[in-house]
Design a protein around this ligand. Structure first.
Ligand code: JHZ
Length: 391
């Protein structure tokens, strides 16, 4: 049975950036629930996947040094550990991971055709489709089954979770490995990261919920690593039930999950109460700063920042504009806010009193880049784990 955790009304899709200020945003309710059988947390009122992942998708994973380094390290370490004969990436975006594999030993699937076109041009054989039965049949019949399947920040986006995992299992060789990278629900709880709740993110995975789900499908988790990227990421290593991989999972992670209550509805409701309080505080603190005549500019037009603005009821009275390094986002408007995204240039930083850290998951990278701004008295605002001014 499913129980409601939190609900937001009239929320824009986080990457549905508007071409012009006067465009009407599409708004949807967002309801997050907890399933007491699998312990999985999910969004229930789905928005059609084609509306979110299409040829105009704006999120480019190659826009930060942190992610470039993370995926290069991932690609090299997985090749060293598993020596795959043939690898598949599901949800390859700009090729940030799969480009580190030999082109003749790897293929990719990516439904956002602006990105699948790009990676095909880079020489990576990329299917510009959603991962479903017909894509899987085509991929396997043309290439064979895989020794390694990697998917980062994609399985959490799918609306057909059981089917997705079942098709992955069918595409793996008997001793193949499925590496699943996904934001960790434990870290969402630890950091009150309510902006990770959005329609693109269909599922919020814990070790406990993934174990329950994959075991039902005849697979098992044999290893689990944790990374700090994207506000806390899990890398699950999954194989078929009868495969020879030895279980090397560190029990400390499971103890942490139980302590924070990832499988406990009452504890989760306690975190939701903190989140609701933080949401009202964010607006109050920014209104106070604005009433003192200071400028507040968003740093990083992340999907998360669209969520923060929509969930906290922020608009151009609170945030003057947002700076972002992604050309695809520049000059567009954050839906439902009247706030424009402008191209980041180092020279623009000096005009700002406060930056709202939309890209809080790159805090170290950003702070290192903006040391001069801070030395000149500039401040950053973050809401992780609660609204705080960093000086
Ligand atoms: P970033 C996306 O979320 C969407 P977002 C998606 N649903 C998902 O699952 C996660 O990724 C993984 C900019 N930036 O990575 C670049 C600067 O401007 O946190 C990006 O637009 N200056 C697929 O959008 C944004 O911030 C900088 O110095 O929340 C970062 O977006 C840096 C470091 C970044 O993902």
């Amino acid at each position: 049975m499913q129980h409601k955790l939190i609900e937001f009304k009239n929320i824009a899709l986080s990457n549905d950036l508007l071409e012009s200020k006067n465009d009407k945003p599409n708004l949807y309710d967002l309801k997050v629930v907890f399933d007491d059988e699998t312990k999985l947390v999910q969004v229930v009122n789905n928005v059609n996947s084609e509306k979110m992942f299409n040829s105009t998708y704006v999120y480019d994973s190659s826009r930060s040094m942190t992610m470039l380094n993370h995926f290069e390290e991932a690609a090299l370490s997985l090749q060293k550990r598993f020596k795959p004969e043939l690898s598949l990436e599901i949800g390859s975006n700009s090729g940030i991971f799969i480009k580190h594999f030999p082109n003749d030993k790897s293929v990719a699937v990516e439904p956002c055709t602006n990105f699948s076109d790009l990676t095909n041009k880079m020489g990576i054989k990329t299917y510009g489709d959603f991962w479903n039965k017909s894509t899987q049949e085509k991929v396997v019949s043309e290439n064979g089954r895989f020794s390694l399947i990697f998917s980062s920040n994609t399985v959490s986006h799918v609306q057909n979770l059981q089917e997705t995992l079942q098709l992955i299992k069918e595409s793996l060789l008997d001793d193949g490995v499925f590496v699943l990278e996904t934001p960790s629900f434990l870290e969402v709880l630890k950091y009150n990261a309510f902006d990770q709740f959005y329609h693109e993110h269909q599922s919020y995975f814990s070790y406990i919920s993934v174990k329950n789900i994959v075991e039902k499908l005849g697979m098992r988790i044999f290893d689990l690593e944790q990374y700090s990227v994207h506000g806390g990421t899990y890398r699950f290593f999954i194989c078929k039930q009868d495969s020879s991989f030895e279980n090397v999972i560190d029990n400390k992670i499971i103890e942490d999950e139980i302590m924070f209550g990832v499988d406990d509805y009452d504890k989760l409701c306690g975190v939701m109460d903190t989140i609701k309080h933080n949401i009202t505080e964010i607006k109050r603190v920014i209104e106070e700063i604005k009433s003192n005549g200071h400028s507040v500019v968003g740093y990083g037009a992340t999907a998360k920042f669209t969520n923060v603005m929509n969930m906290c009821g922020l608009n151009n009275n609170h945030i003057d504009y947002v700076l972002d390094t992604t050309p695809l986002k520049n000059n567009k408007w954050i839906p439902n806010t009247n706030v424009q995204i402008r191209a980041y240039e180092p020279s623009k930083v000096k005009d700002v009193d406060y930056f709202y850290l939309g890209a809080w998951n790159y805090k170290n990278e950003v702070i290192n880049k903006e040391l001069q701004f801070i030395r000149n008295g500039g401040k950053f605002i973050t809401h992780i784990p609660e609204v705080t001014i960093l000086t």
